[in-house]
Design a binder for this molecule. Sequence first.
Ligand SMILES: [Zn+2]
Length: 71
Amino acid sequence: MSKLKPCPFCGQTEYLCVWSEGIKENRQYQVVCDASHDGGCGASSGWKDTITEAKEAWNRRAHNGEIQNGT
Ligand SMILES: [Zn+2]
């Protein structure tokens, strides 16, 4: 499991989590800075096909200091 970098917006690491959506073949994943906890800002990696891709996308954005709201 690759470690997630701190959120580029709020800097927290504690409430980063992976969300999944859809059924088996069409399941998608994204890393989210969980805003339902104090300190989370709601930033996300965007939906990816695998957990690994979602984590990589998150870490790339965290590294670049740019993250887009996927909406
Ligand atoms: Zn955040």
